[in-house]
Design a protein around this ligand. Structure first.
Ligand SMILES: *Cc1c(COP(=O)(O)O)cnc(C)c1O
Length: 385
């Protein structure tokens, strides 16, 4: 059994992919070729935004978005500790400071009700209000923005998050690396904040055969700056440089492959819905595990199907049982970011974000992809039972 069956998908679109790759080899425009523009146009339309700017990875999409806002030392960015390292890594990379806010126990996304306390703590430089990272010589941080993550493909609560940001005059970035194709109150994921970022890493819902990413925005100015930063901060032409940027372009070959994958993506999203509802049907009869549910008005794209065991021992036992039967499973994420060695200088401690910590010990993900068979799901359910 496969955790994520990319071979079954390739089988369906092999001809299309080979044709498009041959097309790129023919025209030879390997950097910023016509397929890049085509993919940007199609995905802007898919997401329902004015601009999309492709780039080399989801991490670069986040980095470019933060660079666009001139984020740097002394700035505080509120985000979740229960995510992939890239979300907070880019904040630190620019010398800014992640201020973590714990998650909602059911959606696994940042809990908007807890953001207010973090805002007050930063503004008053008072860690009695909310756990704050240690600052160099204890100087106050300046609150600049929020990065909210759509974990496992479920959008965060952006109405609540954007309302706080509007009140405080700060920006919001949507880390939609796992959620392209999801929906929130009738709007598409990656269109829910000032900038939306996604990833085309092979295992993501729309994955390429290598690295890639994209920024989405309705703001002309942001689109302009991110587009420039992606190509060494270029101005009017290649050798006119107006910003300090990066080499962050998407390869033409990846864009070509993604165009083929996009042909069947809407159908794959629907297949994912079916797989997720069948899991819910099968697994909700098992009392000792908690199954994920998308709240009303939310549509998850089910990048992962993550369930909660009772505790670490129970998880180990369930995963062991699956492994014995040749069923793969994975843990996203075994250690919350505030306890990672890479962030040790922030001086967070165990107990600061207890839901994230407890979930890290209980959570694990089952095989999830558009081609998972009902018989396989029944086998998984039986094993867990
Ligand atoms: C995958 C992922 C990223 C990074 O994307 P890459 O394309 O691998 O750089 C960022 N944030 C989240 C939540 C992710 O899952």
């Amino acid at each position: 059994m496969q955790f994520n069956d990319l071979a079954a998908q390739q089988e369906r679109i092999k001809d299309s992919i080979e044709k498009r790759i041959a097309g790129v080899l023919d025209h030879g425009k390997y950097i910023m070729g016509p397929e890049v523009k085509q993919l940007e146009e199609q995905l802007a339309q898919f997401v329902g935004v004015k601009h999309s700017i492709s780039c080399a990875s989801g991490t670069d999409a986040l980095l470019l978005s933060l660079m666009n806002y001139r984020v740097g030392p002394g700035d505080a960015i509120i985000t979740t500790p229960f995510t992939f390292i890239a979300t907070a890594e880019v904040i630190r990379l620019l010398g800014a400071t992640p201020v973590f806010v714990d998650i909602d126990p059911e959606t696994f996304n940042i809990d908007p009700a807890k953001i207010d306390a973090a805002v007050s703590a930063v503004k008053n430089n008072d860690s009695d209000l909310h756990p704050l990272p240690r600052q160099h010589n204890n100087s106050a941080l300046k609150l600049k923005g929020i990065i909210a993550v759509d974990l496992f493909g479920l959008p965060a609560d952006f109405d609540a998050i954007n309302a706080i940001a509007d009140r405080e005059g700060i920006f919001v970035i949507e880390d939609g690396a796992q959620s392209l194709g999801a929906e929130y109150k009738g709007k598409k994921a990656c269109s829910l904040a000032d900038v939306g970022c996604t990833s085309f890493f092979p295992a993501k819902p729309l994955g390429g055969y290598g690295d890639g990413g994209m920024c989405f925005t309705n703001d002309d100015r942001i689109a302009d700056i991110v587009g420039s930063l992606r190509v060494h901060g270029k101005g009017g032409h290649k050798y006119d440089n107006v910003h300090i940027g990066i080499n962050g372009r998407l390869d033409t070959l990846q864009a070509a492959i993604l165009l083929s994958k996009l042909e069947i993506f809407p159908e794959e999203i629907e297949r994912r819905q079916k797989v997720a509802s069948y899991y819910a049907e099968l697994l909700s009869a098992i009392d000792s595990i908690a199954v994920p549910k998308a709240p009303e008005n939310y549509k998850s794209v089910w990048a992962q199907y993550s369930i909660l065991a009772q505790d670490e021992n129970h998880r180990q036992c369930l995963q062991g049982k699956l492994r014995d039967l040749g069923i793969p499973s994975a843990i996203y994420y075994p250690k919350p970011l505030h306890l990672q060695k890479a962030f040790a200088s922030l001086n967070y401690k165990e107990g600061d974000f207890q839901i994230s910590e407890k979930h890290s010990n209980r959570i694990f993900s089952l095989p999830m992809h558009p081609y998972l068979k009902q018989s396989e799901q029944e086998q998984i359910s039986e094993a867990l039972r």
